[in-house]
Design a protein around this ligand. Structure first.
Ligand code: FDA
Length: 389
């Protein structure tokens, strides 16, 4: 099939573009991905031995307050009423997260009212007086006070960044949420849940259209493939959702990313930790958290003979690692600006998604941003002949 539009990357950004282009404009879309499955990082699969759905690239929780996105995703899947909650295991005790009145009262062995807790944290946070926080530690203390910062944030962040927090920039955090109620819902969005039949059923439905030709195991830079940058460049409109620095052969240097390593274990017990995500904020535990997948779907009749856990370790990404979270140093930001200039000059190519814009996007943000690109750029180009820029 010759294509009217090529979409590089079948994550939620690329899938949304492909689905809209085929359904709304009747375009023939070639949707390519270098991986052997669609869905990008939202992909999940059912473990063949236990039947438990495992999120292959780390836990994915869907949440949004964007009504347009909510209506859109509900065309492809229904959602369960799962509400995400996180706990943290510090010094032999388990506390609710994010820091809330329950965490504070447990930590200080107290029964503070909201006003008393607020006054206590304000007093502890005032430790530095008028001094402007100069690094991550000072910023953390100025936000929630030293005791809570040292217990729950300091070592957790050091593990995430593999860097002494004294050496990290204050700008990494602008706020640390503290709730003066017992509400420990992790997300504040209007809509929240997990796809009832799993992520992959949802993602496959988005690509299920006779005008969408999905080509897996196809790297856009592999010149042995029929569709690749050299053959396509300037000829067919492209939406590119891979790493922007890779597209330009790293001409302005590599943009920095953090990645995670996920260590999966199947245990011959019904329940390991009683909840889906447990954080480990202490220095003597090498991982940052443990996911236990059965708890994402309490409504499913999973086996009682086994459970699947995943320990998560965080580190800087090398060129061959999966890029997950942008680091955003000054050098990264100035490199990104130069890549953006190159991207603007690249004929017939639109850069989108997490990797294409070097920006962490939650799923609803990736979908919302793809819908905007479709409305503002792709549709005017194909329907009215507007230039693709
Ligand atoms: P995504 O990375 O999904 O897709 C890009 C695709 O492009 C990949 O499939 C890749 O293989 C392909 N590609 C790259 N280069 C290519 C090339 N040269 N040729 C062909 N294909 C190429 N969000 C949320 O809402 N709730 C959550 O709980 C989480 N949790 C979470 C955990 C972790 C560890 C991460 C990293 C991310 C999340 N997210 C999340 C974010 C979510 O994964 C994110 O919104 C989507 O990845 C964004 O979709 P994209 O399509 O932009 O990228």
């Amino acid at each position: 099939m010759s294509a009217d539009l090529i979409v590089v990357g079948s994550g939620l950004f690329g899938l949304t573009i492909a689905e809209r282009a085929a359904n709304d404009l009747g375009l023939r879309v070639a949707l390519i991905d270098r991986r052997n499955h669609i869905g990008g990082n939202a992909y999940s699969e059912n473990d063949p031995a236990t039947g438990i759905e495992v999120h292959r690239y780390g836990a994915h929780l869907f949440h949004t307050s964007n009504e347009r996105v909510w209506e859109y995703v509900n065309r492809f899947t229904t959602f369960t009423n799962y509400v995400h909650k996180v706990y943290t295991s510090h010094a032999g005790e388990v506390y609710p997260m994010p820091v809330n009145l329950g965490t504070i009262n447990q930590f200080f062995r107290a029964a503070y009212s909201p006003a008393e807790a607020r006054a206590l944290i304000a007093e502890q946070a005032a430790e530095l007086g008028d001094k402007t926080p100069e690094n991550f530690v000072e910023k953390g203390i100025s936000l929630i006070g030293r005791p809570l910062y040292e217990a729950f944030i300091k070592h957790y962040t050091a593990k995430q960044w593999q860097t002494d927090p004294e050496q990290l920039e204050a700008s990494i955090i602008s706020r640390l949420p503290v709730r003066y109620t017992y509400d420990n819902r992790y997300f504040n969005d209007t809509h929240e849940g997990l796809p009832t039949q799993g992520y992959t059923a949802w993602l496959e439905r988005m690509a299920d259209h006779p005008l969408i030709d999905v080509r897996l195991g196809t790297d856009y830079f592999d010149t042995s493939q029929e569709i690749n940058r050299d053959t396509v460049r300037g000829n067919v409109p492209v939406v590119y959702t891979g790493p922007v620095d890779r597209y330009f052969d790293y001409s302005e240097g590599e943009l920095g990313w953090r990645t995670i390593d996920l260590e999966e274990e199947v245990l011959p017990i019904e329940d390991f930790q009683g909840t889906s995500v447990m954080n480990y904020p202490d220095a003597d535990v090498p991982y940052t958290r443990i996911h236990e997948f059965r708890h994402f779907h309490p409504e499913r009749d999973y086996t009682k003979d086994a459970t699947i856990i995943m320990r998560e370790y965080s580190r800087f990404a090398g060129r061959d690692d999966e890029p997950y979270y942008p680091i955003n140093t000054d050098a990264d930001r100035s490199g990104l600006l130069k890549y953006r200039d190159q991207a603007k000059a690249e004929p017939k190519v639109l850069f989108g998604g997490r990797l294409g814009t070097y920006k962490y996007l939650d799923m609803h943000m990736a979908i919302g941003s793809a819908l905007s690109m479709f409305d503002n750029k792709i549709k005017p180009h194909f329907a009215e002949g507007a230039p693709l820029e």
